[in-house]
Design a protein around this ligand. Sequence first.
Ligand SMILES: [Zn+2]
Length: 551
Amino acid sequence: MNTPSQNDRIIIFDTTLRDGEQSPGATLNVDEKLTIARQLARLGVDVIEAGFPYSSPGDFEAVQKIAQALGTTDGPTICGLARANRADIQAAAEALKPAVHARIHTFIATSDIHLKYKLKKTREEVLAIAEEMVAYAKSFVNDVEFSPEDAGRSDPEFLYQVLERVIAAGATTVNIPDTVGYTTPAEFGALIRGIKENVPNIDRAIISVHGHNDLGLAVANFLEAVKNGARQLECTINGIGERAGNAALEELVMALHVRRQYFNPFLGRPVESEEPLTRIDTRQIYKTSRLVSSLTGMLVQPNKAIVGANAFAHESGIHQDGVLKNKLTYEIMDAQLIGLTDNQIVLGKLSGRNAFRSRLKELGFELTEQELNKAFVRFKELADKKKEISDWDLEAIVNDEIQQAPDLFRLELVQVSCGDHACPTATVTLRTPDGQELTDAATGTGPVDAVYKAINRVVNVPNQLIEFSVQSVTAGIDAIGEVTIRLRYDSRLFSGHAANTDIIVASAQAYVNALNRLYAALQTKKAKIKAQDSEIELSLAQIPSTVKVEG
Ligand SMILES: [Zn+2]
């Protein structure tokens, strides 16, 4: 039975690796997904939606590896997405096999507009497919989630009927998506209340919500849904995702934390003063945000709630004075709560290998001996340039190493000459995927432009640079600079990120990282599918239209 009880906390279902990864340019490789999944487990999410196994071999492998690494008895539930057909469900079941707690999430549209134009099926046919495919998923796993896609625009009576039938067929979670980000909080709350009141067997399933932020209302909609009985929230770190993104995990969790009395989910009893409403370790929030931002290349805007650079900064004199006297005058939460003040100066030039290794371990990085060696070399180089090395510096180094795929292009050398009387000139040497070392040189309007032109001469894949940004990891003139870039190939975006005390080197490395992603994508089936997929369906899963549908 799944009846929410007096003590049930809100379930946090993270879809950063599935819906979030669908952000334009946010493509992640398998190692990067695994790194993020490990951090999500540390953050304490209840469910990790690791991918859509049928969509590509890369997605299948990522879900399988995450299931192997994290699907332990006391680990999170690992979830895979599947359309309501046998081939998708089989692929999900296969990829999820190593996980102790595995969930198949299957879906089909229920709005008349989707039925008529997309599925070309009658209501009776859709009802039968939903029921049959939930039962099929149930033959592999106990934990089955069903989503009626475009629920917000579906006829409520038909929606109730579909939900009743899938619950009877074994669905343990029913997820209500606001697929196109159109609904307002009052409407969304009423939709959830309607389901609670009109689906006779709803007490046998958890009600979940999924939504997009097209009108900036996703988090507000979800919170209203909680007030009306929803007990699972599908969200992403930093709110990344298709178009304007998903509901942001950190905003939901902190709203539920700060306003716990108001959102009380415990049926028939008050919330105790320090009682958490979710299982999230809020001190891991800031770190998770930085990791996802650096690996996806999706920067966080400075005024972003909770994790933006200015979220805890007080500029006005009156506010500063008040905060110095008592933090609570202008702060509704302490920066420590999200782990923002944990940036300790930990290591220096004389720190040895063991200190380095154990600090990385404390920060939650699990490196192989070879990775550790490489990271230690980087650390020593950094320690020569920068006296005090903080946790954030260590994270920047390690994240930087994770992004460099060994079997693709590798930056061996970069050298520039520039200045106000010189013609900016760059020389680069790259190691190609087949092991050759190639050197070329170019001039440009500035040093970065010259470096990029030289790299392009070697790599020779036409692309357009559309975004370039530099940020510093910590304060001070010796700080590490982080460069994030995005480039376009055909209609697809690829991001690259790198960190170095020399921003020209970081720029070159970020560019090579983005080109490597482009290069890898060109070689996978997924790239072929997505490049052909010019009209993206504004839907829950954004399924490439060229994937075959069976069943
Ligand atoms: Zn979505």
